[in-house]
Design a protein around this ligand. Structure first.
Ligand code: ATP
Ligand code: MG
Length: 138
């Protein structure tokens, strides 16, 4: 039987709140006996996604929504903010050589999420941004 568990949380826009989502993820992972290495990678994906939503979105609600759907094969993470949105195609792809000689060292989160996930989708408009990340767990 395909055992599928879901967690849906509204996170207030408070420093370090991503740790609450991570706690939930780890519990789900233990319940389904997912390899620690996979959960570690999922932890990084969640952290980058939630911090982006809190830091960049200029959110108009006092919360963001985070949904996890997990079975033994895969995890889907959906992070929704209700902020200003952005155009992902206008975000410059970071390059290590340029970053080393530049004072602006940030701008790695989206690239990292794209590379560490198995599917990565951004839906963004002036009403907010939803990112959907799929991570295989086997
Ligand atoms: N949820 C969001 N709402 C609005 N803009 C966003 C959102 N997520 C990302 N962005 C825009 O995309 C840019 C790139 O995001 P990315 O995570 O790659 O880098 P960063 O957050 O600026 O730096 P880093 O993740 O390395 O700390 C951000 O600077 C921001 O302009
Ligand atoms: Mg970021």
């Amino acid at each position: 039987m395909d055992k599928r568990i879901k967690l849906e949380i509204k996170l207030p826009l408070v420093k370090d709140i991503e740790l609450v989502a991570i706690e939930g993820l780890e519990l789900m992972g233990r319940h389904l006996q997912i390899a620690e290495e996979k959960i570690g990678e999922a932890r990084i994906l969640i952290t980058e996604g939630i911090i982006n939503a809190i830091e960049h979105s200029e959110n108009t609600t006092p919360f963001i929504d985070v949904h996890f759907i997990m079975n033994i094969d895969a995890l889907v993470i959906i992070i929704t903010d209700y902020g200003k949105g952005f155009d992902p195609s206008s975000v410059e792809n970071p390059e290590i050589d340029k970053k080393l000689s530049s004072n602006y060292k940030r701008g790695w989160g989206l690239k990292l999420m794209r590379e560490m996930s198995d599917e990565f989708k951004i839906d963004s408009s002036e009403k907010g941004t939803k990112i959907t990340i799929t991570k295989n767990l086997r």
